[in-house]
Design a protein around this ligand. Structure first.
Ligand SMILES: Cc1ncc(COP(=O)(O)O)c(C=O)c1O
Ligand SMILES: N[C@@H](CCOP(=O)(O)O)C(=O)O
Length: 413
């Protein structure tokens, strides 16, 4: 049985019955993003540390009591969540930070954190009796929905910019989605997807518009807390595009605080690329978000000039006592190699942006030796090999002759 009490508009505060309202606040429109309200008194009786310790289900569904679904969708058998939280072996120590962890969400079935939200989309579509689900995407949300839809046996209609990285487009094709490659950017693909949804009546997974996506994304925070034995970290570094993951992380920690399972919400450090930083700039300046018409960055996943969840994201970053950082494309590419060769973790550019931020914060004295810091690795590097190849590695081309190897080694290779 779901513990959802209702949906509350973050703008006007009106509350709605989830059986009558599916998406945004009917009064405030698209700015009226709805937040899911829970019966925490009931959840407190079923979600305890003892219950979790004895739960053999090592996936996101171990937190079912804190999710807005009736049941784990029987049709969805892919393993989602409970991704590794690695204590940093060399990156943290090299930066003078002995307490750093990487949460490797690239280990999800379609290789990004987005699977957590898509799983909830599959579950809600089943509850509503919908068989076609749609999403706009820079590549990850769409390939995630496509993969999970293929597993669950429902259809996915996806709108992605034609410039999306080849690995993500390959996933979208392989998973059999109905793929519209939009000759425009992500923001335009989003608007088109919304128009199409209205015309064709599909179930809409789109960020912010669908109030349940944040709930799926929050499971990453629930896992981090449990993996740290409910000693919440001091800081969590999150790369930000539309601002839905960062709000999910905030919601997850807030839920645990309300349940008395942790004693504080970590400071959220939002990271954006210099070429697309509307949320970061708003957090830094204290001004409202200004949209960008031509955002650019190699970190395609966080290129959202019109961040759809900005109101909630800015609120959540500020109320956590957090901050925002911007990083350049060069710093991002460099961070892919820094993380890869020091930890053996392969991050796509948007995910490596968090590592670039950690480095910048350490260099600037904005994080400290005693800080317990979790860095979210939100997507796997194999999704974007073209950018990964910009990392300077140690390779040389040789003829297939042993003497060539000997010579190379003698030369110090
Ligand atoms: C790998 C990766 N990192 C970070 C983000 C940013 O998430 P959000 O758009 O919810 O801020 C995304 C997608 O949006 C992503 O795919
Ligand atoms: N960058 C995102 C855009 C939308 O993601 P969502 O999960 O917030 O809908 C992507 O990965 O496609």
């Amino acid at each position: 049985m779901s513990s959802v009490l209702g949906l509350k508009c973050m703008k006007c505060g009106r509350e709605y019955d989830p059986s009558a309202t599916r998406y945004v606040c009917p009064t405030c429109g698209n700015d009226g993003i709805l937040e899911v309200l829970y019966d925490y008194d009931r959840i407190r009786t079923v979600l305890t540390t003892e219950q979790l310790e004895n739960d053999p289900d090592l996936s996101m569904w171990r937190y079912l009591a804190l999710l807005p679904v009736e049941e784990r969708p029987p049709s969805l058998t892919l393993h989602i969540g409970w991704t590794p939280l690695y204590a940093s072996k060399r990156v943290g120590p090299q930066l003078g930070l002995p307490h750093v962890w990487f949460k490797d969400d690239g280990r999800n079935p379609t290789a990004s954190l987005k699977d957590r939200a898509s799983a909830i989309a599959i579950a809600k579509a089943a509850e509503f009796g919908e068989h076609i689900i749609t999403a706009a995407t820079t590549g990850n949300a769409g390939s995630s929905l496509a993969g999970l839809a293929a597993n669950a046996g429902v259809a996915a209609y996806i709108f992605a910019p034609v410039s999306a990285p080849a690995g993500k487009i390959a996933q979208l094709r392989v998973f059999g989605s109905h793929l519209f490659l939009v000759d425009g950017n992500y923001d335009q693909a989003f608007d088109l997807c919304m128009d199409a949804t209205e015309r064709f009546g599909w179930y809409n997974r789109n960020t912010a518009f669908n109030p349940y996506m944040v709930e799926g994304k929050k499971t990453v925070a629930l896992e981090v807390a449990e993996q740290l034995r409910f000693e919440a970290p001091d800081k969590v570094i999150v790369s930000v595009g539309d601002g839905c993951i960062v709000s999910g992380v905030a919601k997850g920690f807030r839920d645990l605080l309300t349940l008395g399972l942790i004693d504080h919400v970590p400071q959220l450090i939002a990271v954006q690329a210099e070429g697309c930083a509307p949320i970061a700039r708003a957090v830094i300046s204290g001004e409202p978000v200004t949209y960008l018409e031509n955002p650019t960055s190699c970190a395609d996943s966080i290129v959202a000039g019109i961040p759809r969840n900005h109101l909630m994201a800015v609120r959540d970053i500020r109320s956590s006592g957090g901050m925002a950082v911007t990083v350049s494309d060069d710093e991002i590419i460099d961070a892919i190699g820094f993380l890869g060769r020091n930890e053996g973790i392969f991050a796509e550019p948007a995910a490596a942006a968090s590592v670039a931020a950690l480095r910048k914060l350490a260099d600037g004295g904005d994080v400290h030796q005693e800080d317990r810091i979790v860095v979210l690795i939100t997507g796997n590097g194999l999704k974007d090999v073209q950018n990964a190849l910009k990392v300077k590695g140690t390779s040389m081309t040789i003829p297939p002759i042993i003497d060539a190897v000997e010579q190379a080694i003698a030369d110090g290779f």
